[in-house]
Design a protein around this ligand. Sequence first.
Ligand code: HPA
Length: 270
Amino acid sequence: MIEKIDEAVRYIRERSKVQPEVGVILGSGLGDVVDAVEVDVAIPYGEIPGAKASTVLGHQGRMIFGRAAGRRVVVMQGRVHYYEGYEMNEVMFLSRVIGRLGINQLVVTNAAGGVNTSYVAGDLMLISDHINFMGINPLRGPNLEALGVRFPDMTEAYPESLRAIARAVAKEIGIDIKEGVYLALSGPTYETPAEIRAFRTLGADAVGMSTVPEVIAMSHMNIPVLGISCITNMAAGILKQKLTHQEVIDTTMRVQKQFTELVLGVLKRI
Ligand code: HPA
């Protein structure tokens, strides 16, 4: 596995001379940050040895190297998900690749359902912590010693110092930003209303089907993460309406501008 990761790293180094400082993973429909990148090279996932292409609508599937907000960045436009049928090693693969490329920080974003009833669709939430309910720990299996220790600490997976920066940026640009716990499920069904009530009792503020594998890969590699959820809809049973992927896409389109401003402001300061 480590050989596969390093083969991808070598391939990328041949195609881009940019040594990224910060990685950004853009979730469903949140790809506009890319427009602000002075692009050195954009590599479709399918061209990277060992990488998988995303099959989901709203996920582009390319890795963009360049500069944004004065920083050398690698932006992953789209991700692969566990529910698509990939193994966890495949879901974590490109995060590990950008980790090996030498990023110092990762900004990870996603679309999520609001579990906290004080939220509304369109809110942005900083992830203060997560609950892994995907039914598997992505690091299960032989430990890749070259990446990190067997039993990684998760106490500060989302350091307060990065959240403080994001809060300051949000304040400056007039976003009433939320902060809460992201609970991850494998999907692909949305949750039942009973599940959402249970998750609220357990301390979840938002629910989604991604991010946790990438964050665990980063914790393993000792790379700090800033997580931002776009609350695209209220979770099942809160409102008298059914959940659709269309609502998720519509909301990300609606908040795209604000979201992009937040991410660029964060990049400038971290
Ligand atoms: N549940 C799970 N994942 C999601 C949701 C949701 O309500 N909205 C966007 N991603």
